[in-house]
Design a protein around this ligand. Structure first.
Ligand code: GLC
Ligand code: CA
Length: 555
C-alpha cells in the first residue's frame, strides 16, 4: 500500500474525564491534557486520540453529544481546544477527535425539534415509528446498554430508536439532510487542523429490518441490535468522499460486525477508512449477545487465531489498529494474565505481543504504567451506565447478587476509567478535589512519577518499543514488513515473524508460568529487545523463562 505518515506513529488514547484535572473540580479537562503533553512527547507519541470532548449531558461520558461545535463546559472551552491543538503541534503531535455520528444526545437541538410533532422540519432526522396495535414497542430489539431499542415519546405518540442508551437517539442516515449536516460539521473540524477521527460505532448507521421482530437471544424474548447491515457501504463511501478524502484525514473506525472477508472493502486501498478497531481478540471472553456475565472459556490458541486471521488479511490489503485496551475494555493484565502474575514483566510481555504486529499501535492511558482493574465493593461505586445495566440484567436472569457483581466487575468499563495515576499523592495526583470516580488505591505503587524515574519500568519499555518503530535500524521491517505466524499450534507461546525483502525479525512471547523450550525456524543473530536480562539460546533452540518476551533479528 502507499506509505502514509501515520504508519510508523504510535497513538495514545486520552479519556479526558479521567486524565488530569487542572482546576480541582474532580473532572479531567483539556488544560489537564495540555499539562501532560510533555509526558506524551517523552513517551514518543505522535497522535493523541481524544475521547469525546463535545458539549454533552454526559449520560455516556460524552458519547452523547448535544452540540458538535462546542466543547463540554467541564472540559473547557473552544479556546482550550485550539490551544491544545497548537501545543500538540509544537511538540510534533497531532490530534484525533472522536466522531460520534450514529447518534446524538436527546438534548441536541435537532432531537429537541424532531420530537415536537410529526411535521417539523427535522421530523425525520431520527428514527420514529408508530407503536404496535397494543401500544407496545415496534419490535423486540434490545439496545447495547439494555432495555428495548425503542423509547416512547408522548408528544409524537411514537417510539424513537436508540442502539445505545435512550439518551442516545440514532440519527436517520437515510435522510440526505442529516448526512449533509454531519458532513459540514466534520469538515468544520478538519478545517481547524485536526488530523482525523476515531469514528464511533460507525457500523450501526444502517438500519435494516429494524421494524420487524427478530429471533431472540435472551430469555426475555429480546435480541440485541446488530451492526453492519447490507447497504451500509453507500453511506460510508459518501462519508469518505464528502469529508475525509478532502483533507487526507486519518480515520480509525470502530467497526463491530465486520467479518474478515469484508476488510478489503473497509480498509483496503480504496476502503472507507484508514484502519479498523477490531473486537475478536479482546472479546474472546464474552458471547455474541454481549452479556458480560455469560463468561466464555478461551485460551491462548483462540487469541492467536484471532490475531493471525486479521494480520494475514492485513498483509494483503492494508492497515490495522493494534490495541489491547481502551475505555470500553477492562485492563489487559487482568484479561490476559492470571492475577498472581501481574507485574512489570507480564505488562512488558503484553506490550511486545501486540506492538510489533503489522499496523499502528494504540496505547490507552495508564496501560504504559501497568494500571490494573479496580476492586470496588458495591455496585453503587460504579458510574458506567452499561455496568449498571449488565448487573441488573444478570440479577434478572436469576444470578445471585454477589455472583452477578463479581462477574460484571470483571468486565466493567470503569476498570479502565479510573483516574490516571500520576504520582503517589492523594487520588494519584489526578485531582486536588474529589474525583468523579474513585482512584485505584494501587496508585501508591503504580504511578507515572515512579515509572518515569525507573529505567526498568513498563513506561520505559513502551518508549523503547516506540523508538524501535520510529527510528531504528529495524524501523522499515517493523512498520512495513509482512506478518507470518510461527508455531501456530503451540498452546502457550505466541510467536510471529515480520519479513521484508528477505530480512526476518522474530517476535516470541511466552504466556506460560513455566519455562518453555522452542525450536525456531531461523538462527537468531541479534537480540533486539526483551523483558528479561538475557535469553537462553543455542543455535535455533531457545528456552524461554516464565512470561518471557524476546525479539530477534534472524538469518
Ligand atoms: C462506542 C464507544 C463507547 C460508547 C458507544 C456509544 O462503542 O467506544 O464508549 O458507549 O460507542 O457511543
Ligand atoms: Ca477539571
Amino acid at each position: 500500500m502507499t506509505q502514509k505518515w501515520w504508519q510508523d506513529a504510535v497513538v495514545y488514547q486520552v479519556y479526558p474525564k479521567s486524565f488530569q484535572d487542572s482546576n480541582g473540580d474532580g473532572i479531567g479537562d483539556l488544560q489537564g491534557v495540555i499539562q501532560k503533553l510533555d509526558y506524551l512527547q517523552d513517551l514518543g507519541i505522535r497522535i493523541i486520540w481524544l475521547s469525546p470532548v463535545y458539549a454533552s449531558p454526559m449520560d455516556d461520558n460524552g458519547y452523547d453529544i448535544s452540540d458538535y461545535r462546542a466543547i463540554a463546559a467541564e472540559f473547557g472551552t473552544m479556546a482550550d481546544m485550539e490551544e491544545l491543538l497548537t501545543e500538540a503541534k509544537m511538540r510534533g503531535m497531532e490530534i484525533l477527535m472522536d466522531l460520534v455520528i450514529n447518534h446524538s444526545s436527546d438534548e441536541h437541538a435537532w432531537f429537541q425539534e424532531s420530537r415536537q410533532n410529526r411535521t417539523n422540519s427535522k421530523h425525520d432526522w431520527y428514527i420514529w415509528c408508530d407503536p404496535r396495535e397494543d401500544g407496545t414497542e415496534p419490535n423486540n430489539l434490545r439496545s447495547i446498554f439494555g432495555g428495548s431499542c425503542w423509547e416512547f415519546d408522548e408528544a409524537r405518540g411514537q417510539y424513537y430508536f436508540h442502539s445505545f442508551s435512550k439518551k442516545q437517539p440514532d440519527l436517520n442516515w437515510e435522510n440526505p439532510e442529516v448526512r449533509k449536516a454531519l458532513y459540514d460539521m466534520i469538515n468544520w473540524w478538519l478545517e481547524k487542523g485536526i488530523a482525523g477521527f476515531r469514528v464511533d460505532a460507525i457500523t450501526f448507521i444502517k438500519k435494516n429490518d429494524h421494524y420487524a421482530d427478530v429471533v431472540p437471544d435472551a430469555p426475555d424474548g429480546t435480541a440485541v441490535v446488530k451492526p453492519n447491515n447490507p447497504g451500509i457501504g453507500e453511506f460510508l463511501m459518501e462519508l469518505k468522499q464528502e469529508t475525509f478524502d478532502r483533507y487526507d484525514a486519518l480515520t480509525v473506525a470502530e467497526a463491530p460486525g465486520v467479518p474478515l472477508e469484508q476488510m478489503p472493502e473497509f480498509v483496503g486501498e480504496e476502503g472507507y477508512f484508514s484502519m479498523l478497531i477490531e473486537f475478536d481478540h479482546v472479546d474472546l471472553d464474552i458471547d455474541e449477545s454481549g452479556r458480560w456475565y455469560r463468561l466464555q472459556d478461551w485460551n491462548l490458541l483462540d487469541f492467536k487465531r484471532a490475531i493471525a486471521g486479521s494480520q494475514e488479511m492485513i498483509n494483503r490489503i492494508g492497515w490495522s489498529a493494534l490495541y489491547l485496551e481502551n475505555h470500553d475494555q477492562p485492563r489487559s493484565l487482568n484479561k490476559f494474565i492470571p492475577e498472581a502474575d501481574h507485574g512489570v514483566r507480564t505488562a512488558k510481555l503484553l506490550a511486545v505481543t501486540y506492538f510489533l504486529l503489522r499496523g499502528t499501535p494504540f496505547i490507552y492511558q495508564g496501560q504504559e504504567l501497568g494500571m490494573t482493574n479496580v476492586s470496588y465493593t458495591s455496585i453503587e461505586d460504579y458510574n458506567d451506565l452499561s455496568t449498571i445495566d449488565q448487573y441488573q440484567a444478570a440479577v434478572r436472569e436469576g444470578i445471585a447478587e454477589e455472583e452477578a457483581f463479581a462477574l460484571v466487575a470483571r468486565r466493567s468499563r470503569d476498570n479502565s476509567r479510573t483516574p490516571m495515576q500520576w504520582s503517589e499523592e492523594q487520588h494519584g495526583g489526578f485531582s486536588s478535589g474529589h474525583p468523579w470516580l474513585a482512584a485505584n488505591p494501587n496508585y501508591a505503587i503504580i504511578n507515572a512519577e515512579q515509572a518515569v524515574s525507573d529505567e526498568a519500568s513498563i513506561f520505559h519499555f513502551y518508549k523503547q518499543l516506540t523508538a524501535l518503530r520510529r527510528a531504528s535500524p529495524y524501523k522499515e521491517i517493523l512498520v512495513h514488513g509482512t506478518f507470518e505466524h510461527v508455531n501456530e499450534h503451540h498452546p502457550y507461546v505466541f510467536s510471529y515473524k515480520r519479513i521484508l525483502r528477505g530480512k526476518v525479525v522474530m517476535v516470541i512471547c511466552s504466556f506460560s508460568a513455566k519455562s518453555e523450550k522452542l525450536k525456531l525456524p531461523h538462527n537468531p543473530v541479534v537480540r533486539i529487545i526483551g523483558n528479561d536480562e538475557k535469553t537462553e539460546a543455542e543455535g535455533r533452540k531457545i528456552t524461554l523463562k516464565p512470561y518471557e518476551a524476546v525479539v530477534f533479528e534472524c538469518e
